[in-house]
Every structure is written in structure tokens, then in C-alpha cells.
Design a protein around this ligand. Structure first.
Ligand code: ADE
Ligand code: ZN
Length: 327
């Protein structure tokens, strides 16, 4: 209980959250009504009941469908501002949210619609909540590299408001190597690089993200534990892993929280962080992820709580001056 309180009340960074994954069913219905979009669900409860996933793809299908209600600048502002207020309640002081431009541009909604909203919401979060925000533009790996290069072109005018490039969507069959040119260009543009790897995909995808994309964090990475040499390397390089326990359970990456390998990853000396991924779909925000994991795992106590919270702040891409305030 003492540790749960420490976890909930301590300053922390959220380093793996998709802003589209914070779209709560209530907001989906409100935006559908506002925009005259009809939904194939009777009400909020019916939609929530559909959130029973068997793997990553079964989730992504609903996640991209949910995006369809996001049409106007106001919609994106309401989405981001609602999330920032929710994150501040969990004592998040720094958040580096992903956004998926291609899930919007494919519907004719461009950067000129969502970027001003994201910028304004971030400014308000800083001013009113003391919450520091760094946006990560994420490209969809199930689409061709050429589409990702075009997305990077479209992001160029907004570069001052972006901190990194990410890689998400259907992992299996879409290895990191497919996006070598995109990540090389993004790094030339001054963006930090991160990629989802080792969620459903094999340890080889984590290696590809490190060696070919030259990422400075691995998103998920839980399957690294299948490869002892990779584990040693991740520990030696202190490569941050943004682990998302409730996501892993909901997407059947692990059977339940009690069997999650996060304690082993920590014990092996890896720089592990706890994050929420798509909290509107997976049943919990960052404090829920932390406290439910600790409740399920007797091996986790105060030392691990302290390490996870400190890791989250250290692994952030915030300026060193900001980090010095938090750590
Ligand atoms: N997009 C949103 N959440 C994701 C996840 N957990 N893995 C891959 N792509 C995603
Ligand atoms: Zn994710």
C-alpha cells in the first residue's frame, strides 16, 4: 500500500502513449454526434464490449475505425487536452505522445488540421498543468516506405514541434529494415528515433531497430527476453524499453499481469519503464498500469518502483535542464 501510494503520487514520464489510443468511447460518441458520423454501435457500453482483442491486429482494426470521428481541429484539440488533464492527475510531468498521421491523411485530414490542435493543447498543458510535452510522429509499418517518406515530408513544416520519429502498427511481416531510409532522413532532420519492436515480433526485430534504425528507445521490447545475447546488450547499452503491461495482457502478448516478464527485465539490469500505450482501449492509464502490475507481482517493491519512475524521467527526450528539475 505504501509502495502503491509512492507509485501513484510520484512525478513520472509517460513515454509510450498513442494519442489516438486515448480516445475514450464517450468522446467517440460525442464527436460522432458533432460531426454527423454514424457508428455501428448502439451506445458507449456496446462499443466498450467490442474491446475484446485476440492479438495486435484485432485491436488495430478497431483503433483505426475509431479515428474516423476525428475530423476537425477542435476534435484533435479536445482529444489531446482531455488526455493531458488525465495524465496530470497521475502526476505525469513529461509526456511524449505518438500520433499516427497516416490514420488521418488517408481520410483527407491533413497536418494543417491536427498539428495546430496538438501544438495548442501542449501549450495549454505546459501553462496550466506544468506538463511538458514532446510529440513523436509515428509512421505505419503495414504501409509502404514510400508513404512514410511522404509523411515525413508533410511533417517538415512542423519540425519545431516534434521531438521524434516512431514506428508502429502491424509488427509481424513488417521488420524495421523496411524503414531504413525513413529513419535515416528523420535523424538528419534532428529527430530522436524510437520504434515498436519485440511486442509480437521476434527479438531479431529489436536488433533491426537498434542496428538499422539506430533507435534510442525500444517500444515494448518484451520478447527480447527470448535472446540472452540481446538482453546483455540492452543492459550494457542501458537502452530504454517502454513496456506497457495492460496492453500486453489485452493483446494476448502475455497471459496475465502475474506472468509478465517486467520483473525479469528489471532484474537483468535493463532500463525499463512502465507506460499505457492505448489507455482508452486497454483499461488503464499509467498509474493503473503501475499499481495493477505491482499488485500482481510479489517480486516488485519499493526499489523497483523507484527504478521504474526514475528510468521514465531519465529515458525521456526532455532537455537536461528540465530533467534536472524532476530527477
Ligand atoms: N498502434 C497503437 N498501439 C499500438 C501497439 N501497441 N503496437 C503497434 N501499433 C500500435
Ligand atoms: Zn504502442
Amino acid at each position: 500500500e505504501r509502495v502503491a501510494h509512492l507509485l501513484r503520487a510520484s512525478p513520472k514520464a509517460e513515454l509510450h502513449v498513442h494519442i489516438e489510443g486515448t480516445l475514450e468511447p464517450e468522446l467517440i460518441f460525442a464527436l460522432a454526434q458533432r460531426n454527423g458520423v454514424s457508428l455501428p454501435y448502439a451506445d458507449v457500453q456496446a462499443l466498450r464490449k467490442a474491446y475484446a482483442f485476440s492479438d495486435l491486429q484485432s485491436f488495430l482494426d478497431l483503433y483505426y475505425a475509431g479515428c474516423d470521428v476525428l475530423r476537425t481541429e477542435q476534435d484533435f484539440f479536445d482529444l489531446a487536452w482531455a488526455y493531458f488533464q488525465r495524465a496530470a492527475r497521475d502526476h505525469v510531468v513529461r509526456v511524449e505522445p505518438f500520433f499516427d498521421p497516416q490514420s488521418h491523411t488517408v481520410r483527407g485530414v491533413g497536418f494543417e488540421v491536427f498539428m495546430p490542435a496538438f501544438i495548442q493543447a501542449a501549450q495549454r498543458a505546459q501553462d496550466e498543468l506544468g506538463l511538458s510535452v514532446g510529440w513523436i510522429v509515428s509512421v505505419l509499418r503495414h504501409l509502404p516506405e514510400e508513404d512514410a517518406l511522404q509523411t515525413l515530408d508533410a511533417a517538415q513544416p512542423w519540425l519545431d514541434h516534434l521531438i521524434g520519429i516512431g514506428l508502429d502498427s502491424s509488427e509481424r511481416g513488417n521488420p524495421p529494415e523496411k524503414f531504413a531510409r525513413v529513419f535515416a532522413r528523420a535523424r538528419e532532420m534532428g529527430l530522436y528515433a524510437v520504434a515498436h519492436a519485440g511486442e509480437e515480433g521476434p527479438p531479431a526485430y529489436v536488433l533491426g531497430a537498434l542496428d538499422v534504425l539506430k533507435v534510442e528507445r525500444i517500444d515494448h521490447g518484451v520478447r527480447a527476453s527470448e535472446d540472452p545475447a540481446l538482453m546483455q546488450r540492452l543492459a550494457r547499452e542501458q537502452m530504454p524499453l517502454t513496456v506497457c503491461p495492460l496492453s500486453n495482457v489485452r493483446l494476448c502478448v502475455v497471459p496475465d499481469l502475474a506472468q509478465h516478464n517486467l520483473p525479469q527485465l528489471l532484474a537483468a539490469g535493463l532500463k525499463v519503464t512502465v507506460n499505457s500505450d492505448d489507455p482508452a482501449y486497454f483499461g488503464g492509464y499509467i498509474n493503473d498500469n503501475l499499481t495493477e502490475l505491482f499488485a500482481a507481482q510479489p517480486a516488485l517493491g519499493a526499489p523497483q518502483a523507484y527504478a521504474l519512475l526514475r528510468n521514465s524521467l531519465e529515458a525521456s527526450f526532455a532537455a537536461n535542464g528540465d530533467k534536472a528539475l524532476w530527477i
